[in-house]
Design a protein around this ligand. Structure first.
Ligand code: C5P
Ligand code: MG
Length: 191
């Protein structure tokens, strides 16, 4: 199996890059943000709970997100591998993911971190708000809150993956094709 964590702040291009990478390596795109938005649209109990946090740009509690990931892994067993997009977002989630994969006799091969500066992130998210109806892209204050939460709660996970020799930073600016090529070079070393 090939399991990749695609990491980086909101607006760094995780979703866009994941869509390209799953085609090249025949992986499942496990985007926790997409699954949560789907749950909100369907008004499931998880969606109703998650909406309260997501509308403010805050994180949904670990236990709910982790259960959702377990369900998704179980629905997709016998696959080539996964690209985890938007998960893990906390130290707890990172440790949990490690154990979940261990129980399934597999592991994360590499964590690819897309690096994009703050002003470019805000610019991209404001642009995205014009194309999608994501409520959390609509207000600059919510965008700034998400970037803040990323810096405080999510970015520290980089240390977790550094210790495992799985951390790989990538310049997340340039054309989509250029960035895909940078990512593929890394994946090919770890697969
Ligand atoms: O990953 P994405 O940017 O699509 O996530 C959108 C929102 O979903 C986050 O701002 C957060 O509110 C919520 N989320 C979360 N925990 C995750 C993934 C997403 O709370 N692991
Ligand atoms: Mg995304």
């Amino acid at each position: 199996m090939l399991n990749i964590v695609i990491f980086g702040p909101p607006g760094s291009g995780k979703g866009t890059q994941s869509k390209n990478i799953i085609k090249k390596y025949n992986l499942i795109h496990l985007s926790t943000g997409d699954i949560l938005r789907n749950a909100i649209a369907k008004k499931t109990p998880l969606g109703i709970l998650a909406k309260r946090y997501m509308d403010k740009g805050e994180l949904v509690p670990d236990k709910d997100v982790i259960q959702m990931v377990i369900n998704n892994l179980d629905e997709n067993n016998d696959q080539n591998g996964f690209i985890f997009d938007g998960f893990p977002r906390t130290q707890n989630q990172a440790e949990f993911l490690k154990n979940l994969l261990k129980e399934r006799n597999t592991k994360i091969n590499v964590m690819v971190t897309l690096e994009v500066n703050h002003d470019e992130l805000v610019k991209r998210l404001i642009n995205r708000s014009k194309e999608t109806d994501r409520s959390d892209d609509k207000k600059v204050s919510i965008i700034e809150n998400r970037i803040n939460i990323y810096n405080k709660q999510t970015a520290p996970i980089i240390e977790f993956y550094k210790k495992e020799n799985k951390y790989q930073p990538v310049d997340g600016t340039g054309t989509v094709d250029e960035i895909v090529e940078r990512i593929c070079k890394i994946i090919n070393k770890y697969k």
